[in-house]
Design a protein around this ligand. Structure first.
Ligand SMILES: [Zn+2]
Length: 83
């Protein structure tokens, strides 16, 4: 469960459209984790974004990656995975 403080301090906010995009169910890999073995899958953009922010904060392209993916979801290029 995502707490309200996380929503505000992370990428999410009170903007419902933005929240829909960030919580849209997708499968994402971290582009910076290079450990061998199966990669951890992040099931929405918020989770990937928080991982990048906490584990790879020195990488220069974090915001660009998140914004690009958000744009693809917004434009319907990436579609939500329905269970
Ligand atoms: Zn990573």
């Amino acid at each position: 469960m995502i707490s309200n403080s996380n929503l505000i301090n992370g990428y999410l906010c009170k903007d419902k459209e933005k929240n829909r995009i960030y919580l849209s169910h997708q499968n994402f890999n971290c582009p910076y984790c290079v450990k061998p073995g199966p990669k951890k899958i992040y099931s929405n953009l918020w989770r990937l974004g928080m991982h990048l922010k906490t584990q790879h904060q020195t990488e220069p392209r974090i915001n660009e990656i998140i914004e690009n993916i958000a744009d693809l979801i917004k434009r319907g290029i990436l579609r939500e995975i329905k269970n």
